[in-house]
Design a protein around this ligand. Sequence first.
Ligand code: MF3
Ligand code: CO
Length: 254
Amino acid sequence: MIIIKNHEELKKMRRAGRITAEVCDAVARSVGPGMTTAEIDRCAANMIRQFGAKSAFLGYRGYPGNVCISVNEEVVHGLPGPRRIRIGDIVSLDVGVVVDGFVGDMATTIMVGVSDPDVIRLVATAQQALAAGIRQARAGNRLSDISAAIEQVATAAGFSVVHDFVGHGIGRTMHEDPQIPNFGSPGRGPVLRDGMTLAIEPMVNLGVAGVEVLEDRWTVVTRDRRPSAHVEHTVAVGVTAAEILTCASEKRDN
Ligand code: MF3
Ligand code: CO
């Protein structure tokens, strides 16, 4: 069952989304070569605390970090640890926080001095795929219109989308119905309604779509170990357009 949020609930989702974005943007700005992913996680933990929020990830199914940090061939759920960021890396930073009982979830992929044109194009394509998915998140459309739009952008650019992990509904808990695949034909699945809140999160691979989970039981990597880009926004379905909830105050009009 897909939960529709009322006006008051949307207000709280907006607040959770704003703080998620403030944290994600601030941590993203602090990422540089030489930093370990554990240091990035600690920076995120401090930011989350400063906003009076809580990590939605820490302790989720035993997850040991505050955020997920996935470098290059790591797709999602990268565990904070000793890995050092190097020039030329791409770093997916996935942040989820709980504020006043509601969850915001977003991810960005940062390029650290990347010069490889294919990698630059990969990151740009993931961002464009997310934007295309969000454009479909309006009342009256079907859920798979989002999925199809994402896949179309990624494959038209010559990349592949991950099939094994999906976006999701979000609200009082991080994962609500529905699941949102990043592939499929349009016109299928539930009709989208005003007030649904969705976390849309394309994972776009430079090489093959296949992924595997490392020994640490969390870190998802590409099978061919080529790079993957991951971006995510929490959005509210609207009558004429979606509203991006994971948007920092400086970029907002409300
Ligand atoms: N954004 C991811 C998701 O929606 C991150 C959660 S994984 C966690 O599933 F285990 F760290 F929580
Ligand atoms: Co998510």
